[in-house]
Design a protein around this ligand. Structure first.
Ligand SMILES: *Cc1c(COP(=O)(O)O)cnc(C)c1O
Length: 288
């Protein structure tokens, strides 16, 4: 038992943020998750657990500070505004996002953040919503907004292959891409693209919460700069924007937006901290 635990951690510990030995994990369990004594909790990916230290800190903060309605000028209100400002800044820093280029918008979760993107995206009938087959249901939901507004929807399968030559040679990874048939809705309220520029959206998860598969961040730059390497057909004209569903990936490996400047990142805090639930964020790129 001890041996297989050591072996498991040697192989996968780094991936899951437990680089130390089994003793490291045992220490964390006995100091911060005392309530797990004798229990094997198997749903940490779906419903992460808050640590006891974290809850002590939350209780201390909420019982020793007065946080007022943020829309006024009292000390209590300013304390709230300051806490929100700091939280936004920490979220941006976590994803290495410059506050000059990105804004953090708090939502009720990753699903609500995805819905915001679906509703606000400038879909037109020239637009394409492209998504990987491996995706959370909430990401697939964006398809309905796109189809309703006359845009096309296109599912793709992306397989990372080992090759240092070929079309992707300037990137760290190479891909094989399979395109499914383009979908359109017959009765859609078609709109021509606003201001003449067609915008397309590509959505993929940094890590799939079902299979654990991690997608290469190189996809961000390839789709934005070199679309025709991934996509055959008529959607290569126009501006491609990229959405990363990092609800799962953020737990152990947040996207580095300084290197992979995605336009939208969605995340969810209970996946990272276990508490609070019902709070997530949309990180949106404001510049080009
Ligand atoms: C959990 C999860 C979501 C949904 O997050 P909510 O905050 O519960 O809406 C979306 N995508 C992935 C990859 C997830 O793991």
């Amino acid at each position: 038992m001890e041996e297989s635990k050591e072996e498991f951690l040697r192989q996968y510990g780094e991936d899951y943020g437990y680089p130390n030995s089994a003793k490291g994990i045992d220490d964390i369990r006995s100091s911060e998750f005392k309530r797990l004594d004798g229990l094997a909790y198997l749903d940490h990916a779906g419903a992460g657990l808050y640590s006891e230290k974290q809850m002590e800190a939350v209780l201390k903060d909420l019982t020793s500070n007065v946080y007022g309605n943020p829309h006024s000028q009292s000390d209590a209100s300013l304390a709230t505004s300051e806490a929100i400002r700091v939280a936004r800044q920490l979220v941006l820093e976590y994803c290495n996002a410059s506050p000059k280029d990105y804004k953090c918008i708090f939502t009720s979760g990753a699903t609500a953040a995805l819905k915001l993107v679906g509703e606000a995206f400038p879909w037109s009938r020239e637009s394409c919503y492209m998504y990987t087959m491996e995706n959370h249901n909430s990401v697939l939901g964006i398809r309905e907004y796109a189809l309703d507004r006359g845009a096309a929807a296109l599912a793709i399968e992306v397989e990372e292959v080992e090759s240092l030559s070929g079309p992707f040679k300037e990137y760290g990874s190479s891909f094989k891409v399979l395109q499914h048939p383009v979908q359109r809705r017959a009765v859609a309220s078609t709109e021509d693209s606003l201001n003449g520029e067609t915008c397309h959206l590509f959505a993929f998860p940094s890590e799939c919460n079902f299979t654990g598969m991690k997608f290469s961040m190189d996809l961000v730059n390839i789709v934005k700069e070199d679309t025709e390497k991934i996509l055959k057909g008529s959607f290569c004209r126009g501006r491609w924007m990229v959405l990363i569903d990092a609800a799962k990936g953020c737990v152990t490996q947040p996207p580095d937006l300084s290197r992979f400047p995605a336009d939208f990142v969605v995340l969810s805090f209970y996946k990272i901290f276990g508490y609070p639930s019902g709070l997530g964020a949309l990180i949106a790129r404001t510049g080009k």
